[in-house]
Write a protein of this length. Structure first.
Length: 456
């Protein structure tokens, strides 16, 4: 009998360990998807999420795109036409809060049925997630770090505990500087981990595959980062864990690498050339740290129709020139950043389709290894990565100058032989064989993405 019990224990332990290993085996390549923030801010409605999911399923899924992510304030009632980004919560005379966010009795935020009609009746995001899954895609949500202040005021009980309430686990000195809806969690308090477990278990019941947790990185909240990791692991569902925003401190690289699947290197990135130039610098700081399951994140792709309902500037197509847009995608690809589209997909033009559906370019992002900066001057830059099981490499050349110029690569500097076959990945054309070096006339703020193959 004892031997039987031991066998059952070993089997159960092995099963749990395999589930935990499965839970960590997400984001083995940089996640690819769409996020509602850059086109709808806090005010995205369910019909718009469904429209973007349907577009992805029809036009992008076959190229590897798979995540549909609802960004922030889905528990807030944005009426049609509203574009309020961060509604400041105020106290009434009894200490309660307005606006009151949609929340269950356990202090867990729920999607607002006015914006997400399928959530009516306490169904949460499950109907929307089911729709996304029916298209062969995966579903994600944005959440703020910590616990709602209104739950602390209400002394909401913490699910899975006896007698512990929200006010007993909140760190009321820990506050988000740009949105006042949440307190941090004191992870040393009994019940704090149980609260995180309870929200992750709720998300699992909804069918969530991806969570973007905001306000974790500035300052870096080690205990809460680790708390979310534990909560994800205990729920036994493969969920991508993204931390936001940046800049994540580079000195926390080992901790964030062990706990998160992707993390922001910088603050919010928008369609501005100077921000592209600054991203090159952030990326260099994190060079060599990304790999299967853990990726430094350059932030969303500023491609397509942006700011339809805020949050930055007027409604517009990306302000990037065509050359800058190609540079944008080229760098995110060679660097192996996660690729999360910021524009409203149903309004894509031919340019966006070209930028998002080139399988040879996307292969650089998904399969290139060990990306490194080869050189950078005040006017030009080159990055390269290796191709698995091959002597060939990927190379990206960038013109950082304010005028057209020649940008080159010396083959020996990248560890290549003298004679090389060059292929242009954006044009999907073989350019011929070259000796010792390749150079290319590139437009102002433009880029070239190449495959260099040694000729035996």
């Amino acid at each position: 009998m004892k031997a039987k019990h031991l066998f059952l224990f070993i089997a159960l332990f092995g099963f749990c360990m395999s589930l935990n290993a499965q839970n960590r085996s997400v984001a083995l390549t940089p996640p690819m998807g769409w996020n509602s923030y850059n086109c709808f801010g806090s005010a995205v409605h369910e019909n718009e999420v469904r429209a973007n999911a349907l577009y992805m399923a029809k036009h992008l899924k076959q190229h590897g795109w798979q995540y549909i992510v609802v960004d922030f304030l889905w528990s807030y009632d944005n009426p049609p036409g509203s574009n309020i980004g961060n509604p400041y919560q105020k106290n009434l005379q009894d200490g309660s809060y307005i606006p009151w966010l949609t929340m269950d009795k356990w202090g867990r935020l729920l999607p607002q049925p006015t914006k997400f009609p399928s959530a009516f009746g306490g169904k949460g995001f499950k109907p929307l997630a089911d729709y996304v899954h029916s298209l062969g895609l995966k579903f994600g949500i944005h959440v703020m770090r910590g616990i709602p202040r209104q739950a602390v005021w209400a002394k909401s009980p913490v699910l899975g505990t006896k007698g512990i309430t929200a006010d007993m686990i909140a760190d009321t000195s820990s506050k988000c500087p740009w949105m006042n809806h949440m307190y941090g969690l004191d992870m040393t308090k009994p019940g704090a981990q149980e609260y995180l477990n309870s929200i992750l278990n709720l998300y699992v019941a909804w069918g969530v595959d991806f969570i973007k947790v905001d306000d974790l990185s500035r300052p870096y909240s080690t205990a809460e980062v680790e708390g979310y990791r534990k909560a994800i692991d205990q729920c036994y569902r493969p969920i991508v864990f993204s931390t936001s925003p940046g800049a994540t401190p580079v000195e926390k690289a080992e901790n964030v690498k062990q706990n998160a699947n992707m993390w922001r290197m910088a603050d919010d990135f928008w369609d501005n050339w100077n921000e592209v130039m600054q991203m090159f610098n952030y990326a260099k700081q994190w060079e060599g740290i990304g790999g299967p399951g853990h990726w430094p994140d350059c932030d969303m792709l500023q491609i397509g129709k942006l700011s339809k309902r805020g949050p930055v500037g007027k409604e517009r197509y990306s302000r990037f020139t065509e050359d800058e847009a190609y540079t944008h995608i080229t760098f995110w690809s060679i660097y192996r950043s996660p690729l999360m589209i910021g524009g409203n997909l149903p309004e894509n033009r031919a340019l966006e389709v070209k930028l998002l559906t080139n399988d040879e370019v996307l292969a650089v992002n998904q399969h290139g290894t060990n990306p490194r900066q080869l050189y950078k001057t005040s006017t030009a830059m080159a990055w390269y990565s290796h191709i698995p099981n091959s002597k060939a490499i990927y190379v990206a050349l960038f013109n950082l100058d304010e005028k057209e110029q020649d940008v080159s690569i010396d083959f020996a500097s990248a560890g290549l032989d003298e004679k090389i076959a060059v292929r242009d990945l954006w044009k999907k054309q073989n350019l011929g064989e070259y000796i010792k070096q390749y150079h290319r006339l590139i437009n102002k703020h433009g880029a070239a993405l190449l495959k260099l193959s040694p000729i035996k």
